[in-house]
Design a protein around this ligand. Structure first.
Ligand SMILES: [Zn+2]
Length: 159
């Protein structure tokens, strides 16, 4: 039986800069501020769930945001599918607690991606050790110098 398997690109971050939908699907946006701040999604091929959340941004300096990528267990993803939607809306305090718990329970991120609109296109990506644990976006607002160092690490020219 001839089986053509699609290539799973989870393991090769060099292949990520693409239209987001070519390798990620089931995107659930968990936090939004002039664009996606935090989302969960699955790899289109291997279906492994991921938590992607901003780790550095400064809208006065650049429209490009830097995100950390962490793996989620299938159970955690299912909980997010249920609870995330339930908390959206008026229960802001509960929702913040829900997000904080999600960040605390998730494993450490293992890659970074840069994008001006991560729901649409990924500009750059890099596998990286020693990224801090993901945090709510208020804690990810960066100084110009910090954001610039992320962008130069990802070979993005400062515009
Ligand atoms: Zn995959």
């Amino acid at each position: 039986m001839n089986e053509i398997k699609e290539l799973c690109i989870c393991g090769n971050t060099l292949l990520w800069p693409e239209k987001t939908g070519t390798w990620l699907q089931n995107i659930i946006i968990l936090d939004w501020y002039d664009g996606i701040m935090t989302m969960v999604c699955r790899c289109k091929v291997c279906r492994k769930p991921k938590l992607i959340s901003v780790i550095s941004w400064q809208p006065d300096v650049s429209s490009i945001r830097v995100f950390g990528v962490a793996d989620l267990t299938p159970t955690a993803f299912e909980q997010v599918e249920v609870s995330g939607r339930q908390f959206m809306g008026p229960a802001q305090h509960d929702y913040k607690v829900f997000l904080a718990d999600l960040f605390n329970d998730a494993p450490l991120p293992w890659a970074v991606v840069a994008s001006a609109n991560i729901g649409d296109t990924i500009l750059r990506s890099k596998r990286l050790e020693n990224i801090e644990r993901l945090r709510p976006y208020e804690d990810a607002i960066s100084s110009e110098a910090e954001l610039s160092s992320w962008l130069s690490m990802l070979d993005i020219p400062k515009s």
